[in-house]
Design a protein around this ligand. Sequence first.
Ligand SMILES: *[C@@H]1O[C@H](CO)[C@@H](O)[C@H](O)[C@H]1NC(C)=O
Ligand SMILES: *[C@@H]1O[C@H](CO)[C@@H](O)[C@H](O)[C@H]1NC(C)=O
Ligand SMILES: *[C@@H]1O[C@H](CO)[C@@H](O)[C@H](O)[C@H]1NC(C)=O
Length: 327
Amino acid sequence: MHKPHSLRPPSTTSKKTRTILWATGLILVATVWFCRHLVHTSWTLAALRVIWRTNSADFVLSDAHDAFDITFANYSREQLSADPYDDAVPPILHHIALGKHGDHWRGEWEETVQSCLDWHPGWESHLWTDDTASKFVAERFPDLKGLWDGYRYPVERIDALRYMVLYEYGGVILDMDLKCKRALGPLRRFSFVAPEAHPTGFSIGFMMASKHNSFVGDIVRNLTVYDKQWLGLPYPTVMFSTGCHFASVIHAYQSNRTSLKILPGPMHSLNGRVSTPIFDHLGSSSWHSYDAQLIVSLGSKTNLLFFLSVGIALALFLRRRWIRRRL
Ligand SMILES: *[C@@H]1O[C@H](CO)[C@@H](O)[C@H](O)[C@H]1NC(C)=O
Ligand SMILES: *[C@@H]1O[C@H](CO)[C@@H](O)[C@H](O)[C@H]1NC(C)=O
Ligand SMILES: *[C@@H]1O[C@H](CO)[C@@H](O)[C@H](O)[C@H]1NC(C)=O
């Protein structure tokens, strides 16, 4: 038997539909309003691809804009200062060796770490371990100690420490798998320098900055804002809460990016096993180098599971609605 649709007059149906539409709209607006901070943060992360290149001629290092030779061919390999320019970056090298492998780094990274020390005789150098890092964060950033201890992935703790150390001391942050091919003196005239990453933003495996640099301070202050389980997946969580993507977003939103220099890719990009004018990047599957490969594969498997679950849930939901309608 067919149900007689004509019993319900069309006007009532459209009225009901309109009420539902209004209610849905209101709920949507209310949700967006209550989550506006999260919506804004998510938006800044999503928009990086679009906004990163705005005014890039100002901050991507070049001969034309900065009278800087990005091939370094014009500079002596031993050049320790920016002379004739003033040095904005203090002569300090930082390596970070946190985690369970911390004690065993010497075997694997002795040569790379030593190469950078050798090119910079007389510079102060720090090797941050679990002990010294924990003490440093507690003393200098007591408000962030809880956040730092609570990070779910060790790589988040390493990344956050990079910014804190760079802010407090200034100097040069170097990944353990970077082998120096020359001294970094010519770059010391710029108050911030990092290499361009592919496809957007910059890499945090190598950064130079002046002490108490305001941009690096903004990165540190925003650690709390961006600390989320992004999509509940490891890869986005690391990239968006502490990683390159997060730091690049803060860069992109600085009101004047002129002094926040980026060494242009692909010449200076540190993706994988590459040789640039200043480094040999071993790009191994190490725990402290930015092991995107591993995290990506982890992420994609979890991703698949996530989308499969969402798909099944959606299918079940639609099926239920469809059955209800028919009844
Ligand atoms: C590098 O040196 C060459 C000549 O040796 C010169 O023409 C060029 O302008 C120099 N570039 C910079 C950025 O100093
Ligand atoms: C970073 O934090 C500061 C407040 O400390 C805020 O004004 C700024 O908008 C934040 N940057 C971004 C990109 O959200
Ligand atoms: C941005 O900062 C540079 C110095 O770092 C300055 O020369 C320039 O005028 C500033 N631009 C604006 C628009 O304020």
